[in-house]
Write a protein that binds this ligand. Sequence first.
Ligand code: CDP
Ligand code: CDP
Length: 224
Amino acid sequence: MEKKISVAIDGPAAAGKSTVAKIVAEKFNYIYVDTGAMYRALTFKALNQKIRLNDEQALFGVLLDTEIELRPSENGQLVFLDNEDVTAQIRNNEVTGSVSEVAKHRSIREEMVRRQQIFGENGGVVMDGRDIGTHVLPNAEVKVFLIASVDERAQRRHQENFSKGFPSDIEKLREEIATRDKLDSEREVSPLKKAKDAIEIDTTSLSIHEVAESIMSLIEERKR
Ligand code: CDP
Ligand code: CDP
């Protein structure tokens, strides 16, 4: 029987992780796990409940009482928070601007990693995030670290917003991305970092197709 392996895709915001992870997962019929969506869902709930984001204990209490599900659908992966579809809401600016504050807490990360490892326990998974290759799936057969310049990443988000019908300010996007990069890379607990055995791909001047193809050939090699 063909071996089902684990694929870890990490990197900063808008490097193209989720877009290529979905393509690759579909190609091999693997499950796709968007770990950022889990941190976003918790942040959305905490903001609604007006929890202070530096109150780790209160946030942890909320998380233990929270069900986050990633459900595949014809329109891509849907995110359910306590059985409610929050796929669109968790991408709003308020959540985007607050999520790194929530994700920095040790107890929150430990519980999220525990849940993510359950998704990955049987292989056949493509997981994207910030600490997948370093902490969540340290034994993943394929580890990729995607990067791109801040300008290119802001441009990509700008284009994405435009195609969804939301105009955005590219300078603000650039600032938001740079701030989040800094918070995610400098936090104490499992910061955004390339795993020693990850392959770095600079996607600044690559198409989605080119990035997906390189990851697929890595998988083909390791699957044998
Ligand atoms: O899609 P985008 O790159 O904007 O972000 P995301 O993958 O949805 O992740 C949102 C935030 O969650 C990140 O900026 C991190 O603060 C946090 N995160 C994390 O700490 N660890 C992960 N494995 C995934 C996300
Ligand atoms: O998941 P992450 O935040 O790393 O990025 P994404 O949401 O997959 O990608 C951000 C945007 O960049 C999407 O609109 C992609 O279509 C686009 N993209 C691109 O133009 N070229 C690439 N090589 C990768 C992504």
